[in-house]
Design a protein around this ligand. Structure first.
Ligand SMILES: Nc1ncnc2c1ncn2[C@@H]1O[C@H](COP(=O)(O)OP(=O)(O)OP(=O)(O)O)[C@@H](O)[C@H]1O
Length: 326
């Protein structure tokens, strides 16, 4: 497994400032999640393949970004790991382990159970939060279900989590229904809900795409700060390769259901091997693009790559290109 220098990127200060790890937890850098040959089809064993033979691992405390265009299978992969896939999804895998325990019964067609120790933050807090319950009731319900709050101190703990995610005016926030808060505040509430159960792995599916650019950066900074103080591993799902490179140790690139590249985020810009990754990177505007009438599009870059790869073989579609060039 690739081990990265969390230390270099951590906004939480020196390792000495971090809390001590609990004895039963894997050491920093050790594998927390291991997935082998995961395939997900929708509509039964012969249905459409959304994720194809994907293998990867995530170390304790590691930050992984999963990037790819819409429909490439990112959410399906994240949901398979978290155990949130809908019943029409058909899952096969040779191994899926979390903190040393199997999280798949390996029987074809059976979904993994929702996994203790994992939490998810979704793109749209408005539809993920319960619209009827107040923020305070939702937070208390999670704390009580998790057994981490007693009746006497539960209100104080809920407020403490809201404070940690940067919210103020806590009386109002505790009483508010989600629709009474701004988009940025709702996203912070989602983070408090996800992190108050002290997960070992937090999966954030497009956590900032409903926010404007500066709020998105502030939210990502906060997410990194909160997870690094507890050595919580992070799987960030995003279509924004720029954001992925800035906020992760490794980046995984998905293309039409295949995991076509796994690389250190610090190196990806200069060492991308797969034409799709190279295409994604070339679509990021740089100073070199000043004065251009138009920026390269992914379609144009891929068409170029397709021609180059096709010169060495017969290739029809993007999936063939992915396999042919990997
Ligand atoms: N419940 C479902 N039933 C049938 N097909 C589905 C279902 N969910 C997703 N798919 C299909 O699986 C493929 C992968 O979708 P997925 O949502 O995982 O991609 P994604 O990369 O997360 O895209 P986006 O960024 O738009 O969410 C797509 O072709 C999609 O249409």
């Amino acid at each position: 497994m690739f081990s990265t220098t969390l230390r270099d990127r951590s906004p939480a200060g020196s390792p000495a400032q971090r809390p001590r790890l609990r004895a039963e937890e894997p050491a920093p850098g050790a594998d927390l999640l291991r997935v082998q040959d995961l395939t997900v089809r929708y509509g039964g064993p012969d249905g459409a393949t959304a994720v194809r033979d994907v293998s990867f691992d995530i170390g304790r405390g590691e930050r992984i970004a999963l990037v790819g265009e819409s429909g490439s299978g990112k959410t399906t992969l994240a949901m398979a790991v978290a155990g949130f896939l809908p019943p029409e999804a058909h899952v096969t895998t040779t191994a899926m382990e979390f903190a040393g325990r199997s999280i798949s019964d390996r029987r074809p067609g059976r979904l993994p159970r929702r996994t203790p120790g994992m939490a998810m933050v979704f793109q749209d807090a408005m539809t993920s939060l319960d619209p009827v319950w107040s923020v305070g009731s939702q937070l208390l319900a999670v704390l009580r279900a998790d057994g981490r709050a007693s009746r006497s101190d539960d209100d104080a703990r809920a407020r403490d989590w809201l404070r940690r995610v940067g919210l103020t005016d806590l009386d109002r926030v505790m009483r508010a229904r989600p629709y009474e808060l701004s988009g940025g505040m709702r996203q912070r509430v989602m983070m408090a809900l996800a992190l108050c159960g002290q997960p070992r792995l937090l999966i954030a599916d497009e956590p900032t795409s409903a926010l404007d650019a500066s709020l998105a950066r502030a939210t990502m900074d906060l997410l990194l700060e909160l997870t690094s103080t507890t050595q919580t591993s992070l799987l960030i799902v995003s279509h924004d390769i720029h954001l992925c490179l800035d906020y992760s140790d490794r980046t995984f690139v998905m293309y039409q259901g295949d995991l076509v590249e796994q690389a250190a985020s610090a190196d990806l810009a200069s060492r991308a091997r797969h034409p799709y990754t190279q295409g994604l990177l070339r679509c990021i505007p740089t100073l070199a693009d000043v004065g251009r009438d138009y920026l390269p599009t992914l379609d144009a870059v891929m068409a170029e790559s397709r021609l180059a790869v096709a010169a060495g073989g017969e290739l029809d579609d993007g999936a063939d290109l992915a396999r042919g060039a990997a």
